[in-house]
Design a protein around this ligand. Structure first.
Ligand code: FES
Ligand code: FES
Length: 165
């Protein structure tokens, strides 16, 4: 407790609908907190510098980089991780499309990619392939070449549009 980055703060945040009250160091970022303190290892860490998007989560409904978000900044906030989205069934169709369109290989980027894509899909019922590509451009994938990911997002949106008719 020396007033620097090792200072500990009490924070209360809601993760996937469950409230957690913890004491955390000022410098502890959200990705480490989710993975190590809560065991939510679906939030991946790639670069830890805000570049790759592997750590993408939702905070108050907006996508954020968990490696750039300090846990103390999440006090009183609502966080959703890939585990929460998956359990809710909200992106079940998109997950299935990723499987059927071969939009994942090693899968390391996939949780962040799904969360990033779902944010676009929530506001754009039928974006162009270029818009999909542009939206996910902050999420790096070393395996797929992106075409199959765009295919999966496009396929899912088409199916949703059909179902809504
Ligand atoms: Fe957070 Fe790469 S680990 S953006
Ligand atoms: Fe391997 Fe995207 S599937 S990094």
């Amino acid at each position: 407790m020396n007033g620097d980055l090792e200072t500990v703060f009490d924070v209360t945040l809601t993760v996937n609908g469950v409230e957690h009250s913890e004491s955390v160091e000022a410098r502890r970022h959200l990705a480490d907190f989710l993975r190590e303190d809560l065991g939510l290892t679906g939030t991946h860490i790639g670069c830890e510098h805000g570049v790759c998007g592997a750590c993408t989560v939702r905070m108050e409904g907006e996508i954020v980089r968990a490696c750039l978000t300090l846990t103390v900044q999440c006090d009183g906030k609502r966080i959703e991780t890939i585990e929460g989205l998956s359990d809710s069934g909200e992106i079940a169709d998109l997950q299935e499309a990723f499987r059927t369109r071969n939009a994942l290989q090693c899968g390391y980027c996939t949780p962040g990619m799904l969360i990033a894509a779902s944010a676009l899909m929530a506001v754009e019922p039928m974006p162009s392939r270029e818009e999909i590509r542009d939206h996910i451009s902050g999420n790096y994938c070393r395996c797929t070449g992106y075409q199959a990911i765009v295919d999966a997002v496009e396929t899912t949106l088409r199916a949703r549009a059909e179902a809504a008719r």
